[in-house]
Design a protein around this ligand. Structure first.
Ligand SMILES: NC(=O)c1ccc[n+]([C@@H]2O[C@H](COP(=O)([O-])OP(=O)(O)OC[C@H]3O[C@@H](n4cnc5c(N)ncnc54)[C@H](O)[C@@H]3O)[C@@H](O)[C@H]2O)c1
Length: 436
């Protein structure tokens, strides 16, 4: 073997990179651990170097047990890691997950509950969460998926697919039909599960079913979720389900219980973008006021579009108040029904994506100068009756939302805002009558 040959150079590199650190690892364990960490990072960048790791017999457990402190004191939590690394891996296929833990700056996993996870929104939503779309590309997650016993087999199928997709951020999956197990330790709860209105059913019958579901899930969340758990209710009637949840989980701060109107908000952005042939990302500050139902009021009076000449009001660019006060509003209000007519199924991917937008902005903040719509507990702002879960324009900072104050409200808007509040009051009364 000549000194110029590739195999000779490889032997030298192997000696410097692995044999010396291994010797130090035995003689000086603390220094050896530091070198081992560095080496695993190098191996991530240069996968061919993994071969000597197998040859030298360095085990993955040693690396993780000496360095990763994550979840040490969480023995009471559901056993989430359903695809843990085997004790003595023959092939280092689990390295990506373990390398994340080696970074001293690595974040602890956040536990996210999705109820109704075997349903169609759930099926679209869980991979988005596992990919980091909801909480960020550097935020590991443990998914808690809850459904009812008749859906247990389908739920297990979703779990299998999540494992098969090998999402690097996904640190574990709890798939269960037990609400206590599903809720234990969760930091974020996305409540998609509910009882759908079936043909021939009265509104009151559907409300009775959902009130009882949200009452019992409120109790499970209150007792078993992590402190400061953020709750988003998606299942319809979303505002009233959220209100029931709030009533029966009195120790969860009311600021932590919200419902989804971001889908309606995004639909409104989409309609303006189509009308003006501009990218949807250039449109902002539409508002959905009120109920996630056809009584909602999609309002463009404060909406703006980014143009080459700066931000311009939507009304100025559209130049058609008849459209904005008529067809635009009804299109957004009726969009859910239009999707059902076209797809023979209700909206799922847009609902899942909007749920991610809602939580992401709530947790990570809204961009400067931008507001979004969220169904939140009314404090009486804009003369909306206090004590309803009503959709308002909000900004988010440091994990807290605040209602945007001081927007001028014209006469037409006032009427529409009151109309949707009236519907919410009726729903609230109906829900309470179902409880008694
Ligand atoms: N707020 C919004 O913007 C918005 C948009 C679209 C749909 N929705 C609503 O979201 C809900 C889910 O829609 P989908 O299309 O996924 O419905 P789906 O019927 O496909 O799924 C619902 C799932 O919930 C489960 N479920 C029922 N009761 C449950 C309980 N007590 N605990 C846990 N899980 C339970 C069902 O087994 C099912 O798997 C519906 O109420 C729908 O009207 C809301």
């Amino acid at each position: 073997m000549s000194s110029e040959s590739p195999s000779f150079l490889y032997s030298i590199a192997f000696f410097v990179a692995f044999a010396i650190p291994e010797a130090l690892n035995i003689l000086l364990p603390a220094f050896g651990d530091a070198v081992t960490q560095r080496r695993v990072k190098v191996e991530r960048a240069y996968p061919p170097l993994l071969l000597p790791v197998i040859v030298t017999g360095v085990t993955v457990e040693k690396v993780t047990s000496s360095i990763s402190p994550i979840n040490r004191d969480r023995s009471e939590l559901p056993k989430a890691i359903t695809h843990e690394p085997p004790q003595k891996p023959q092939i280092p296929i689990h390295f990506p997950a373990i390398i994340d833990d080696l970074d001293p700056m690595a974040k602890e996993p956040v536990r996210v509950l999705v109820t109704g996870a075997a349903g169609q929104i759930g099926y679209a939503l869980v991979p988005m969460i596992a990919r980091g779309i909801m909480l960020g590309a550097d935020q590991p997650v443990i998914l808690h998926m809850l459904d009812i016993p008749p859906a247990a087999e389908a739920l297990n199928g979703v779990k299998m697919e999540l494992i098969d997709a090998a999402f690097p951020l996904l640190k574990g999956v709890v798939a269960t039909t037990d609400a206590v197990e599903g809720c234990t330790g969760v930091n974020v709860a996305v409540m998609v599960g509910g009882f759908p209105r079936k043909e021939g059913m009265e509104r009151k019958d559907v409300m009775t079913k959902n009130v009882s579901i949200y009452k019992s899930q409120a109790t499970a969340l209150e007792k078993h979720a992590a402190p400061n758990c953020k709750v988003l209710v998606v299942a319809n009637p979303a505002n009233t389900n959220a209100l029931i949840l709030k009533e029966f989980a009195p120790s969860i701060p009311e600021k932590n219980i919200t419902c989804l109107t971001r889908l309606d908000h995004n639909r409104a952005l989409g309609q303006i973008s189509e009308r003006l042939s501009v990218p949807v990302s250039d449109v902002k500050n539409v508002i959905i006021w009120g109920n996630h139902s056809s009584s909602q009021y999609p309002d463009v009076n404060h909406a703006k579009v980014q143009t080459s000449a700066g931000e311009k009001p939507v009304r100025e660019l559209v130049k058609n108040d008849e459209y904005l006060n008529g067809e635009f509003i009804t299109t957004v209000q009726q969009r859910g029904a239009a999707i059902i007519k076209a797809r023979k199924l209700s909206s799922a991917l847009s609902a899942a994506s909007s749920a991610c937008d809602h939580i992401r902005d709530w947790v990570l903040g809204t961009p400067e100068g931008t507001f979004v719509s969220m169904g939140v507990y009314s404090d009486g702002s804009y003369d909306v009756p206090a004590g309803l879960i009503y959709s308002f324009p909000v900004t988010c900072r440091n994990g807290e939302w605040s209602i945007v104050q001081g927007l001028p409200i014209d006469e037409m808007s006032r009427k529409k805002m009151d109309l949707t509040a009236e519907e919410l009051k009726e729903e609230k009364d109906l829900a309470y009558s179902c409880l008694s």
